[in-house]
Ligand binder design. Structure first.
Ligand code: PMP
Ligand code: GLN
Length: 386
């Protein structure tokens, strides 16, 4: 194995899901829903499978899906992208992120990101021979997560090529505020950096969040330097489909297409028309899905609090984080490895998403994208920790 990949072992998600299967624990580790997405979407996929949509689709994705992605971004973010040239369909957001970094970074270029970061970011940056410059998000007294503006500025320099921004943020559940986004936007322009935004949780922002989800590309001067990434997995409860997209100015998108050609060439022919159907669903679908998830969040937050965790706020995503100190926990990895045995629940230690491990040592992440009865069982088990 090449040196640049040696630091990357089995992903924590695979490790923890395997642990859940082995121990029969309730799996609140890896973030995937346990119910299916909208029936209209599933029917469209079945129809496409039977209807002969089983060969290579066009390189940038089928026209109907690119048009649907464009209409969706217009509807929810008032962003205009030309489906012919400014949008590419990818094998999930994961491929879009990887292809963007590989397309834009020379070896030695620096990528500013916020830690804890989604695990594929570090690997994609390493594959490009680039260097990550993490800015640490830390719990605040009021139970949110924030960064030090001076640390953000200090992360930028002459080698900064791009900022990789995930909001709503996995694993913290943080939604970046307009003021925080403005700081990022100003620095991108001052240092002439690109932005790659991972917005896969764009529709999973709860009604009590400090601000709604705002795409960085909507800020002045940002559309022209931003690749905006999202995917169907979270919004439509189909994480196994791996249908994502990147949108941006034609020059940036064509760079991503150039790389994507040789990563996967194309993907998911029969699923693309189905995702186009899903994206066009009325607003009720999106708000209804969000409301259901918010109730699940509340259920899990109450249960974790009862069980003795110090629970941090979750404004969006599938996830909530909690500090384990009050339960006698000193290290999240040890805590999560022993949790199935202690009470039959699996969680994920968030320290594995930090370079500064101490900053996340006592934090663990729980997924609440599970049916209420599953959460009830998990909470019953967690209460035995007290
Ligand atoms: N980015 C973030 C922040 C995620 O949490 C995930 C999901 N699991 C992804 C990207 C990957 O998305 P996809 O499955 O569409 O590749
Ligand atoms: N995004 C999901 C999570 O954070 C899982 C992704 C994966 O398994 N690679 O849990």
């Amino acid at each position: 194995l090449v040196a640049r990949m040696r630091p990357f072992g089995t992903t924590i998600f695979a490790e923890m899901s395997a642990l859940a299967v082995r121990t029969g624990a309730v799996n609140l580790g890896q973030g995937f829903p346990d119910t299916d997405g909208p029936p209209e979407m599933l029917a469209a996929a079945a129809e496409a499978l039977r209807g002969g949509h089983n060969q290579y689709p066009p390189g940038p994705g089928i026209p109907a899906l690119r048009a649907a992605v464009a209409a969706h971004q217009q509807r929810f973010q008032n962003l205009t992208y030309d489906p012919d040239g400014e949008i590419v369909i990818t094998a999930g957001a994961t491929e879009a992120v990887a292809a963007s970094i590989l397309a834009l970074c020379e070896p030695g270029d620096e990528v500013v990101c916020f830690e804890p970061y989604y695990d594929s970011y570090a690997a994609s940056i390493a594959l490009a021979g680039a260097v990550r410059r993490p800015v640490t998000l830390r719990p605040t007294a009021d139970g949110r997560y924030a960064f030090d503006p001076a640390a953000l500025r200090a992360a930028f320099g002459p080698r900064t090529r791009l900022v990789l921004l995930n909001s709503p943020h996995n694993p913290t559940g943080k939604v970046f505020t307009p003021a925080e986004l403005a700081m990022v936007a100003d620095l991108c322009q001052e240092f002439d950096a690109y932005a790659v935004t991972d917005e896969v949780y764009e529709h999973l922002v709860f009604t009590d969040a400090a601000s709604p989800h705002v795409s960085l590309a909507t800020l002045p001067g940002m559309r022209e330097r931003t690749l905006r990434i999202s995917s169907a997995g979270k919004t439509f409860s189909c994480t196994g489909w791996k249908v994502g997209w990147a949108s941006g100015p034609a020059a940036l998108v064509s760079a991503v297409v150039r790389v994507k050609q040789f990563l996967t060439y194309v993907n998911a022919a029969p699923l693309q028309p189905a995702v186009a159907v899903a994206l066009a669903l009325p607003d009720d679908y999106y708000t209804g899905f969000r409301d259901g998830l918010q109730q699940q969040r509340d259920q899990l937050v109450d249960g974790l609090t009862d069980a003795g965790f110090d629970v941090l706020g979750s404004e969006g995503t599938y996830f909530v984080t909690a500090d384990i100190t009050a339960l006698g926990g000193r290290d999240g990895v040890e805590f999560c490895r022993s949790l199935p045995e202690r009470c039959g629940v699996v969680a994920v230690p968030t320290q594995v998403f930090y370079d500064d491990i101490d900053a996340g040592r006592r934090l663990v992440r729980f997924a609440f994208c599970k049916r209420p009865e599953v959460l009830t069982e998990a909470v019953t088990r967690l209460r035995t920790l007290r």
